[in-house]
Design a protein around this ligand. Structure first.
Ligand SMILES: NC(=O)c1ccc[n+]([C@@H]2O[C@H](COP(=O)([O-])OP(=O)(O)OC[C@H]3O[C@@H](n4cnc5c(N)ncnc54)[C@H](OP(=O)(O)O)[C@@H]3O)[C@@H](O)[C@H]2O)c1
Length: 343
């Protein structure tokens, strides 16, 4: 491969699994304030296949072809002008900027403020699974739900990419954590510290739970609607899988009246159920943040949080990695190993 080209997993049109493919693409170059990272591993997230399917076009439409991938771990290769916090050779990780992707490739450029030094106690494959899910859980639980010592928090769907971080972060913040899992995920969520585990395959959580201080919904649909009934009046449900609402457009996306109105309509039924129970509804779109990622790195090195990696696939099998994640059964994170992909 020439020094100006790289291997990358590229979205060529919106659609099913064959809408993205491995190709040679030009290496990106760092602009002012950006860092060029030699990517060793990239994490996968449901947002990747939802983007490929075109489900998120109303929020983000990418000019195609576009290199996919939303989180990376690797080594700093070169710096754009004005970068002061990193130097070539640093081991770093990041959630890629919204609207850019670019992580499923041998090289990626990341704005300095979204990067953090990797935890020293874990390898690249493990670190690549941290940024998106870890930041999502931190932002939902601390910034939106204001979880603190003694909070009783319900986290439906604790065994997946976000759930495995959410349980541990909620415990770190001092909460008593109730989660749902199938028998396949039970031992995992128990090991991560969940206090109460409800087997969703044969029990209805809404028949067991009352007066929770808040819920962090990772599933949407009926689970979200039923979650309002288990939270106390004046409490809050934060979802990352239901319907976006007006604050999502305003606060998370910085968008105007058109999207605010669209999300107001789309979330009408959910907000009506929330109102009936006297509970606030918030749909969060997480954001990249290097300082918060550095905080997570500290928690990992302190042994407070353990990233859970389910499977690692080589770059040549990235389509299989997508299919595995898309099955919806992953326990923890799915990661693609990239370094050395083209020898
Ligand atoms: N808005 C945002 O900023 C944002 C950020 C991150 C993620 N998300 C969204 O959040 C959702 C979760 O993401 P993720 O990365 O955690 O997904 P994931 O890793 O694919 O989640 C898979 C896990 O969900 C469990 N599960 C499936 N159905 C369940 C049910 N009915 N009850 C309880 N557990 C269930 C599965 O366990 P079993 O196999 O044992 O059933 C599996 O372990 C996705 O929709 C994603 O798009 C949004």
């Amino acid at each position: 491969m020439s020094a100006t080209m790289m291997q990358a997993f590229v979205l060529t049109r919106y659609g099913g699994p064959d809408a993205a493919e491995l190709r040679d693409m030009p290496r990106p170059r760092p602009a002012r304030g950006e860092v060029l990272v030699r990517v060793h591993a990239a994490g996968l997230n449901p947002v990747d296949y939802k983007t490929r399917e075109g489900m998120l076009k109303v929020v983000q439409r990418y000019p195609l072809p576009a290199v996919m991938g939303n989180e990376v771990a690797g080594v700093v290769e070169a710096l754009g002008d004005g970068v002061t916090s990193f130097k070539p050779g640093d081991r770093v990780f990041a959630r890629m900027p919204k609207g850019a992707m670019g992580g499923l490739a041998e090289y990626a450029v990341v704005p300095e403020q979204f990067l953090a030094k990797m935890p020293v106690s874990i390898d690249f494959n493990t670190a690549a699974g941290v940024p998106l899910a870890g930041l999502t859980a931190l932002q939902a639980l601390r910034d939106e739900l204001h979880v603190s010592q003694g909070s009783r928090v319900f986290i439906p769907g604790g065994a997946g990419g976000v759930g495995t971080f959410a349980i541990q972060i909620a415990k770190w913040l001092g909460a008593e954590v109730t989660t749902t899992a199938s028998p396949r995920g039970r031992a995992l969520v128990e090991a991560l510290g969940a206090d109460v585990i409800i087997d969703y395959t044969n029990e209805r959580f809404e028949e067991h739970l009352r007066n929770m201080d808040g819920a962090f919904d990772l599933l949407g649909g009926e689970t979200l609607l039923k979650s309002f009934g288990v939270v106390k009046r004046g409490g809050k449900v934060v979802s990352i899988a239901g319907m976006p609402e007006p604050e999502t457009a305003r606060k998370d996306l910085g968008r105007g009246l058109f999207l605010i109105t669209l999300f107001w309509l789309a979330s009408y039924r959910i907000r009506a159920v929330a109102r009936k129970h006297g509970v606030k509804y918030r749909y969060l779109f997480m954001h990249p943040d290097g300082a918060e990622l550095a905080e997570l790195a500290g928690l990992i090195d302190a042994g407070t949080i353990r990233p859970v990696i389910d499977r690692v696939f080589p770059l040549k099998d990235v389509a299989e990695a997508f299919a595995y994640l898309e099955s919806g059964r992953a326990k923890g994170k799915v990661v693609v190993e990239i370094a050395g992909a083209s020898g």
